[in-house]
Ligand binder design. Structure first.
Ligand code: GLU
Length: 290
């Protein structure tokens, strides 16, 4: 083992569908090809959007597809103290501040938050969000497959929310604190998460921690260009007969499969994938219709 640590970090809003299987497989093959570790983290940060039982179902599905993880599963729902401690540090040193603007007000002001509450020094209030002061926006980052990727300036510059008015912690904060705490060295995930990458790198910089490297995988979209997701009812992948879907997802990731592999044992197919995986095989497109 070298010190590569990768991870798959699903939100348990529903069962695994084809798009999330692609992210699981891509991160798994990359970790195994690097002789590294592959962690699984359940991102259960947003209970109203979660489906009861989805976390266990996702784990069962990964096992059924022969994707075995290292170490214990982390759950973001058990990490609230760590997130809050970091927010408290930033509130105390002025890196973060309370904001009372409602979504409606921000929308009316052009759908861009221009720092209205930055200098108001509002006191703690359960109805306020917490925002991060964005002093050094990141407008470009390097992706291991796609090279330099630009991020819209507005998005990069915004003092973004790290804790919502309803008390829920924001995804960008949790993902970075957890990746640091788990020693993750590279993030491999779907191209739908390219835009938040700038904000996440900003968080690493503020925390004075070296950012992970990034590899974004092509996103599976439907005929009308929408990401396959639980929200648009992408069907759950088959738990009882994983092989055909596994093969489809491997083809989607650009593997040229040798004759005969389709009838091999599942574990053999996964092992073959780990041995033959190369970033160069990935299609150039960021979105692929499926
Ligand atoms: N939990 C996120 C999702 O399911 C993925 C987070 C990440 O890979 O950074 O979309």
């Amino acid at each position: 083992m070298n010190n590569y640590i990768g991870r798959f970090a699903p939100s348990p809003s529903g069962p695994l569908h084809f798009g999330s299987l692609v992210a699981a497989l891509g991160s798994y093959f990359q970790a195994r090809a690097m002789n590294g570790q592959w962690l699984v983290r359940i991102e259960d940060l947003d209970p109203p959007r979660e489906m009861p039982g989805a976390a266990d179902l996702i784990l069962k599905t990964l096992e059924a597809y022969g994707l075995h993880w290292d170490h214990n599963i982390w759950y973001q729902s058990r990490r609230h103290d760590a997130y809050q401690a970091q927010i408290d540090t930033w509130l105390a040193n002025g890196q973060a501040y309370y904001c009372r603007c409602t979504r409606k007000q921000i929308k009316a002001a052009g759908d861009y938050y221009n720092g209205t509450c930055r200098h108001l020094q509002l006191p703690s209030d359960s109805g306020y969000a917490v925002r991060l002061r964005m002093d050094v926006p990141i407008t470009r980052f390097y992706d291991e497959k796609h090279g330099d990727i630009d991020i819209p300036h507005d998005l990069a510059q915004e003092d973004f929310i790290i804790k919502r008015r309803d008390g829920l912690f924001a995804y960008n904060l949790a993902v970075v604190l957890d990746d640091i705490a788990q020693g993750v060295t590279q993030v491999v995930r779907g191209a739908d998460l390219i835009e938040p990458t700038g904000r996440q790198i900003s968080l690493y910089n503020i925390l004075e921690h070296k950012p992970v490297s990034y590899l974004h995988l092509p996103l599976a979209v439907d005929q009308s260009g929408h990401k396959l997701s639980k929200q648009n009812h992408a069907p759950a992948i088959d738990l009882k007969n994983p092989r055909p879907t596994l093969i489809q997802a491997m083809k989607f990731l650009g593997f040229q499969l040798p004759a005969g592999i389709e009838t091999a044992e599942l574990a053999e197919i996964v092992a073959w994938g780990s041995q033959n995986w190369h970033i160069q095989q990935l299609p150039d497109a960021l979105e692929i219709t499926r």
